[in-house]
Write a protein that binds this ligand. Structure first.
Ligand SMILES: [Zn+2]
Length: 395
């Protein structure tokens, strides 16, 4: 036995060495494989799914360059773009071609200004997304962080972008589904019947610079207003009138000479109104359909004899009396409610300043600031001739 054992030692050693070599080399290979596995996109995805197992997996889709993962827990969304080859976490911007980055960023910014008022769009950048993208077949949706918005807002901020809007910007190809829903660019002027709305009105213009400044502020805030203008001032304010209308606002009559109608002969009121309508038509080619009687003074006789819709107000800022920005802003914010018609005058700097501060605040409170016609439309009201309206509410 012993003899046999001694003779076998070299052979056994050789066998052992061979086994050891095989064992270690295979071990080395499997270690390399494990390392590759960890870096690979699929493995990273499995890891992330495990890390987020308390959330619901709502997207897990492979694209040419990355795997898109999204999770939801209650109202909180998280998304990841995982590089297919390396397993690294990426941002959508990483897949924008270097030479197209500027174009891409500008396009996103343009779309934001189209959808949101300036005070919101100014604060949003593709860089401050709330770590959530929705990558869909025909479009992607960017969800933005709203922490920096002032005044703070309730609504969630997001932007839908059709791939056609940013053609050739990405380093990957998107497979568009054959049936493509028609894409509509989100527009901040699209009104919502389910949201609150108020009509802003300005009396006594046109007043050149101040009127135009208010028009600019309205535009920056996706708002519209109705300007009640005095007939005998219209010819001197042609440019202003056209600017007001071009930006989607509307104009009503504020009589020909701003006299108290209650103290006038009916014939004079009627001829004054006709003169105002004529001047306005000559400038714009449009009819005046609303009238705000000076001081809101109207009686049965005036109502019966003028073929117009009378628009008064239920929220008087008394801007002409106080000439104070804070008074106007506070008064409106403390008293405003759905369907109100707010009275101001495009005559004072304090009013211009107030409008600038007020519009973001109203937006943040969920109000759409609109013209009289838009308010009537939102509330499903057909405004009638010879009637006086102080607010416009749904039935
Ligand atoms: Zn007036």
């Amino acid at each position: 036995m012993r003899e046999v054992n001694i003779k076998l030692i070299p052979a056994l050693f050789l066998i052992f060495a061979l086994i050891a070599l095989l064992f270690f080399s295979s071990k080395k290979e499997s270690m390399v494989l494990a390392l590759n596995g960890k870096k690979d996109g699929e493995a990273a995805v499995l890891e992330l799914i495990d890390e987020n197992r308390d959330k619901e997996l709502i997207h897990n889709k492979k694209y040419e360059a990355f795997i898109y993962l999204a999770f939801q827990k209650e109202e909180v969304f998280t998304s990841y773009l995982i590089d297919k080859k390396t397993g690294e976490k990426k941002d959508l911007m990483d897949y924008v071609k270097t030479e197209k980055r500027e174009e891409f960023t500008k396009k996103i910014k343009d779309l934001l200004y189209l959808k949101y008022p300036k005070f919101i769009a100014d604060a949003l950048n593709i860089e401050n997304v709330n770590r959530f993208y929705q990558i869909l077949d025909n479009e992607f949706i960017i969800h933005f962080d709203k922490q920096k918005i002032n005044p703070s807002i309730e609504e969630n901020l997001f932007l839908r972008v059709d791939y056609n809007e940013v053609k050739d910007c990405f380093t990957f190809k998107i497979s568009q589904t054959e049936e493509k829903n028609e894409y509509v660019v989100e527009n901040g002027y699209d009104r919502d019947k389910n949201k609150k709305a108020v009509a802003l009105t300005f009396d006594d213009g046109p007043n050149g610079e101040k009127t135009n400044k208010i028009v600019d502020i309205l535009e920056q805030n996706k708002a519209h207003a109705t300007f009640f203008m005095v007939g005998n001032r219209m010819e001197y304010g042609k440019e202003t009138i056209l600017n007001v209308l071009n930006k989607g606002n509307e104009i009503g009559s504020h009589s020909y000479n701003h006299k108290n109608m209650k103290r006038m002969k009916i014939a004079d009121i009627v001829s004054g109104e006709e003169k105002t309508k004529e001047i306005f038509y000559t400038i714009t080619g449009k009819e005046l359909i609303y009238t705000r009687p000076p001081y809101g003074n109207v009686n049965q006789k005036i109502k019966e004899n003028l073929d117009t819709i009378f628009i008064n107000w239920n929220l008087d800022t008394e801007d002409w009396l106080h000439r104070n920005k804070d008074h106007i802003v506070n008064y409106v914010m403390e008293n405003v409610s759905d369907g109100d018609i707010i009275l101001m005058h495009d005559l004072y700097d304090s009013t211009v300043e107030a409008v600038e501060e007020l519009l973001p605040k109203l937006y943040a409170e969920g109000y759409q600031v609109v013209s009289i016609s838009e308010l009537a439309n939102l509330k499903g009201k057909n405004l009638e001739m010879h009637s006086v309206y102080r607010s416009i509410e749904s039935n």
